[in-house]
Design a protein. Structure first.
Length: 359
């Protein structure tokens, strides 16, 4: 019998959003971990807000919504608010009821900026790693590090001389600017749109663009990110960030750790600094002029580290293709650092359903 094509409008709905989400949906595993993590950060959130005044958006809901933006490749807060408005799964994950109003995108962005000052992204990542369901998959002794370029949200046309001596772009929207043949450097020029972005090229055959640099320290057992940071793009930024992340990961420890890295980290200063910190440098050796020798490369553990270090590229690849890190839609190093660190925490969470299922 053919079914009728008639609208049956109903004034009330008696089905809870919880019942509409399939029990085997992987996001249920993620939400359970996230809710526990946010409870553990309650004291941190309490310090950010005054005891009087109008209620702001709850920081727990800000972070849950930001996770959805990373998970589902939503390019803007405007699109995120639109999705929360009509997507029942989004409302359930954030903690909104069916009839609860959705915030304006500008209100959401301003409230989220409050979390920058307290370094909430780094604390959220740390709390995720402390969760019992996540901690069981971590290695305490063997790590890998790498960096990746994160394109700034600024055009080369805005990269102007600091003294104003160069020719400005043509008037009008997206005015033309001929800078070919002009010598430009970070010492003499800066971006008018994002002064903290730096002109950088990945290699001699690559174009120079305005970039930040993201850094990740992973453990070698499952490739989960244990430390993340973002800095200005410079030639020494990767090695400096690696040393800082090792210090944060295991401060003052006398345990012997290993750190795998690519050839860009094979410098005498970096290797010496690692050994001083009781860290064995499993960096890829240069063909000539390497800072490591057979005393390190002859061990099987070195060869294992060289295989495992490539797992960090999976985190970077997910961040750029899914979480919006290929070209960030924020300006300023503080916001880029927050977005990059939070994306690495989201990567760890998205890995959990399969890791737990296989355990």
């Amino acid at each position: 019998m053919r079914g009728p094509d008639q609208k049956s409008g109903s004034l009330f709905s008696y089905v809870d959003p919880e019942e509409r989400i399939p029990q085997k949906h992987p996001i249920r595993v993620i939400k359970a971990i996230v809710d526990d993590v946010l409870v553990s950060l309650d004291a941190e959130f309490e310090r950010l807000y005054e005891g009087t005044g109008r209620h702001s958006i709850a920081p727990e809901r800000l972070l849950r919504a930001s996770l959805l933006q990373a998970f589902y490749s939503l390019r803007s807060e405007r699109q995120l608010m639109e999705q929360i408005g009509y997507n029942i799964l989004f409302r359930w994950f954030v903690g909104l009821g069916i009839d609860d109003p959705v915030w304006d995108h500008s209100t959401f962005s301003k409230n989220r900026d409050r979390l920058l000052d307290a370094d909430v992204a780094a604390k959220f990542l740390e709390a995720v790693l402390r969760h019992p369901k996540v901690k069981r998959f971590l290695s305490d002794d063997h790590f890998s590090v790498d960096g990746t370029l994160v394109e700034a949200w600024a055009s080369l046309k805005c990269f102007r001389a600091k003294d104003g001596s160069d020719e400005p772009p043509a008037p009008g929207r997206n005015g033309e600017r001929d800078f070919h043949g002009e010598k430009r450097a970070n010492d003499t020029h800066e971006s008018r749109t994002d002064p903290e972005a730096k002109l950088f090229r990945k290699g001699s055959s690559q174009p120079a663009k305005l970039y930040f640099m993201g850094h990740a320290l992973i453990e070698n057992r499952n490739g989960l990110v244990v430390q993340a940071d973002a800095t200005q793009a410079t030639g020494k930024a990767e090695r400096q960030a690696a040393l800082a992340m090792i210090d944060r990961q295991d401060p003052g420890s006398e345990r012997r750790l290993t750190l795998a890295a690519d050839k860009g980290y094979d410098t005498a200063d970096f290797v010496a600094d690692l050994r001083q910190k009781c860290v064995t440098p499993h960096v890829a050796a240069k063909v000539t002029g390497s800072a490591i020798d057979g005393r390190t490369t002859r061990h099987e553990s070195y060869r294992v580290s060289q295989r495992k270090r490539k797992l960090v590229e999976e985190a970077f690849g997910w961040g750029k293709t899914i979480a919006g890190l290929a070209k960030v839609k924020v300006r300023g190093l503080a916001r880029v650092r927050f977005k990059f660190t939070f994306a690495m925490a989201a990567y760890n969470l998205i890995r959990m359903p399969r890791l737990l299922a296989a355990a």
